[in-house]
Write a protein that binds this ligand. Sequence first.
Ligand SMILES: Nc1ncnc2c1ncn2[C@@H]1O[C@H](COP(=O)(O)OP(=O)(O)OP(=O)(O)O)[C@@H](O)[C@H]1O
Ligand SMILES: O=c1ccn([C@@H]2O[C@H](COP(=O)(O)O)[C@@H](O)[C@H]2O)c(=O)[nH]1
Length: 245
Amino acid sequence: MPVNDRQPKYKRILLKLSGEALQGSNDFGIDPGVLDRMALEIGQLVGIGVQVGIVIGGGNLFRGAELSAAGLDRVTGDHMGMLATVMNALAMRDALERSNINTRVMSSIPMSGVVEHYDHRRAMRHLSEGDVVIFSAGTGNPFFTTDSAACLRGIEVDVDAVLKATKVDGVYDKDPVKHSDAVKFEHLTYDEVLDRKLGVMDLTAICLVRDQNMPLRVFNMNKPGALLSVVVGSNEGTLVSGGQQ
Ligand SMILES: Nc1ncnc2c1ncn2[C@@H]1O[C@H](COP(=O)(O)OP(=O)(O)OP(=O)(O)O)[C@@H](O)[C@H]1O
Ligand SMILES: O=c1ccn([C@@H]2O[C@H](COP(=O)(O)O)[C@@H](O)[C@H]2O)c(=O)[nH]1
């Protein structure tokens, strides 16, 4: 079926992209090929009228907890992690704009002359006008993650769902990267994720979506077409929501 004939289930989404996945097969940094592929897939959503907000992690560059384990001050490390997400956002904007997709980057940390400072009402306006908005620098505060930032911004700008694109194809009963016998869930409630301490997303983020009853879907960003599939309502990955499906 041609892409433009597909009706989106969600009018506005917040897409959380793993920073680590941006490095592709490298150990560090950004693989331009991954960015271009993501731009293509995001362009398909824009093409069917979906309003797209994005939060990108920083795990391909710096994570505060890892820097702290190596001896740096934790708050300094977290600031470096948040700045890493701004670099990823700039690279993603570049890829999107090369695909002719109008894109704004907003930062929770003021960075005049580089990107816009995050402003909730301005972000809503950009989204309504069809621009992709990348929310960078996390929440602006140390000791948080970009998963929490994604859920927070998603709730603030009133998206219909938070979509976490990651390296695994859903939420399992244990980390599938470490356990070959891990079993995938099709659906979980927020409380099941919290009670079982399922590590795919940090628990602060899960509390945020639970308190606002915001649907969350976790799916594999390396599976071609999976993003569009989620947005048109397919049962891709794992749905985390308030009730049984
Ligand atoms: N129960 C679980 N189900 C699925 N994945 C799990 C689970 N527990 C741990 N994980 C791990 O969580 C990882 C998700 O991390 P991901 O890299 O997407 O997030 P991140 O840390 O927010 O991003 P970044 O790479 O930017 O730091 C998966 O790759 C998987 O190995
Ligand atoms: O609100 C936030 C968000 C992120 N950080 C720091 O950035 C890195 C990268 O984010 P990931 O979610 O791990 O990809 C994170 O490890 C923190 O050090 C932050 O301090 N506050």
